[in-house]
Write a protein that binds this ligand. Structure first.
Ligand SMILES: Nc1nc2c(ncn2[C@@H]2O[C@H](COP(=O)(O)OP(=O)(O)OP(=O)(O)O)[C@@H](O)[C@H]2O)c(=O)[nH]1
Length: 303
């Protein structure tokens, strides 16, 4: 993109808009300061506050595209993400107006409708185009989208470890959403079910000595699963999703998400590993998830 015009300051902005003229009023009446979001409340009991900082288009090698939304929050310093398919799924906190920002500022942090394809030279024409794009979005379907709440797994996703099915689950979720043209993957930086990569790698060494994934965590004085879903819930709220079809084998995830009261899981879709060649380590991992962690997985012949 090559934007040459810096635009006017966006004045103070109040409520979330429903129409484009509301949107313009909204921009005029509400100021939000993203710097107010700092990790000042370390307790997991603290009220979760999040702010979407930026959104950017990611074209994929498969020919489709997604938008990546990056969030800041008040509980930790991690950059939690939402991978969003479909133009009608919008972040409330991103679309808010920030103090003293220009149209160019809004473009750079991704708070625009449609695609950035040409140089912005005429602010009025740009706003007219935005109005047309916004109208399309606000008349779009409100069907509950496919949603996956995915926890980071460097080993499974980046170095293709065969110890777990995390990489495959992420790829499959992206494939399903690309086909559906709509969906959200909330990508939480809760590596190793919340214990971090350092401790997870220690757990792998204990697993090579014969301990399973749960026992290895416990031997290292960690819970079997130390994850929380308050930030995921807040991100789904921010994306204005009240009903979702969740891709998961983990009933605890559904229970925890619904316990916040703002997001309703109307359907659970299983994530069955597609790789047809059974792998010894992966099958041992999946069997423990079913037997010890209550996961639902329909692979009776393999496990
Ligand atoms: N501590 C630990 N974490 C692991 C291990 N294998 C994978 N993980 C982490 O587990 C997380 C994924 O959780 P899973 O239990 O595989 O699946 P889930 O998210 O509970 O459930 P699904 O929605 O069905 O995928 C990621 O953060 C991985 O890094 C392991 O052996 N030990």
């Amino acid at each position: 993109m090559n934007v040459v015009h810096d635009g006017a300051n966006v004045p103070k902005t109040s409520e979330h808009p429903n129409t484009f003229s509301d949107y313009v009023k909204f921009l005029k009446n509400q100021v939000h300061s993203p710097s107010a979001i700092t990790p000042s409340l370390p307790s997991t009991q603290a009220k979760v506050r999040i702010q979407c900082q930026v959104r950017a288009r990611i074209p994929t090698n498969e020919g489709g595209e997604m938008f990546l939304y990056l969030y800041k929050n008040n509980l930790d310093t991690k950059e939690h993400l939402a991978i969003v398919y479909g133009d009608d799924i919008r972040s409330k906190s991103l679309d808010q107006a920030w103090e003293n920002e220009t149209i160019m500022n809004r473009i750079v942090r991704g708070a625009f409708y449609g695609r950035l394809e040409e140089v912005v030279t005429d602010e009025f024409a740009y706003l007219e185009k935005q109005q047309a794009e916004a109208k399309k979005i606000w008349s779009a379907s409100t069907e509950p989208p496919l949603v996956r709440i995915h926890s980071e797994c460097f080993t499974g996703e980046t170095v293709h470890s065969a110890r777990c099915d995390c990489g495959e689950q992420l790829d499959e979720a992206m494939r399903l959403m690309q086909v559906a043209g709509r969906g959200v993957i909330v990508y939480l930086r809760q590596e190793g079910r919340g214990i971090g990569l350092l401790e997870k790698l220690k757990a792998y060494n204990l697993q090579d000595l014969g301990h399973d994934t749960v026992a290895a965590n416990v031997l290292l004085n960690h819970p079997a699963d130390g994850r929380t879903y308050g930030i995921a819930n807040a991100i789904l709220e921010d994306l204005q999703l009240k009903k979702v079809r969740l891709l998961t084998n983990n009933p605890d995830k559904i229970q925890q998400l619904e316990s916040f009261g703002s997001v309703n899981v109307v359907e659970r879709r299983g994530m069955v590993p597609q790789s047809c060649s059974p792998k010894k380590e992966l099958d041992r991992y999946l069997a423990v998830k079913v037997k010890k962690m209550g996961h639902i997985l329909d692979l009776p012949d393999r496990l």
